[in-house]
Design a protein around this ligand. Structure first.
Ligand code: GTP
Ligand code: MG
Length: 183
């Protein structure tokens, strides 16, 4: 069992990465948030899987791409956040963020589990999962997809729980879809 889980949140500006972290920690939505949340550790006893969990925010306002690459390499799981009411943030999942994660890793065969997180679900009556689910076929590191809201807190704790589970019970080391072998 891992001793801790390090979760990194990335994605386009303004999709609500910082709001997700701060809503989870303070249990209320704040309309005003800083560009980047402080790194926080959730103690083991309040996480569903009983593992201390570090949550790391990212902001392009405060961090360079080189710094982001370092964070990607340190992460155990990455939540790539989009906003359900922002189609461009969905397109960038495959045109930018997932390729960026792969290209940041030192070993080209290495994979870090990814959770695709659709925030701002309170602003849309329809789900965008039909656009997002096919990405799982193209990028085997995508463990799951979830839609949530930092504002209403719907699916908020579930989002971080899915990220924990992607690290603790990964599917990738058991079955590598690319070459169809069990390892
Ligand atoms: P950068 O740090 O600039 O990359 O942005 P970010 O991804 O951290 O987004 P941030 O948390 O700063 O939120 C951007 C805006 O979206 C703010 O005005 C938030 O109040 C708003 N917002 C964040 N989450 C939600 C949500 O779930 N619902 C709604 N309606 N608004 C949200
Ligand atoms: Mg932010």
């Amino acid at each position: 069992m891992k001793k801790e889980v390090r979760i990194l949140l990335i994605g386009e500006p303004k999709v609500g990465k910082t709001s997700l972290v701060l809503s989870l920690v303070s249990e209320e939505f704040s309309a005003v948030v800083p560009p980047k949340a402080e790194e926080i550790t959730i103690p083991a006893d309040v996480t569903p899987e009983r593992v201390p969990t570090l949550i790391v925010d990212y902001s392009c306002q405060e961090q360079s791409e080189a710094q982001l690459k370092i964070e990607v390499r340190k992460a155990n799981v990455i939540c790539v956040v989009y906003a359900v009411n922002d189609d461009d943030s969905i397109r960038k999942l495959t045109s930018k963020w997932l390729p960026f994660i792969r290209s940041s890793l030192e070993n080209p065969d290495e994979r870090i589990p990814v959770v695709l997180v659709g925030n701002k679900a309170d602003l849309s009556h329809t789900s965008k999962l039909d656009l997002v689910l096919p990405i799982m076929n193209e990028y085997s590191e995508v463990e799951t997809c979830i839609e949530c809201s930092a504002r209403t807190m719907r699916n908020l704790s579930e989002t971080f729980w899915f990220a924990q589970k992607a690290v603790l019970y990964p599917t990738a080391p058991l079955y590598i879809p690319d070459n169809k072998t069990l390892t």
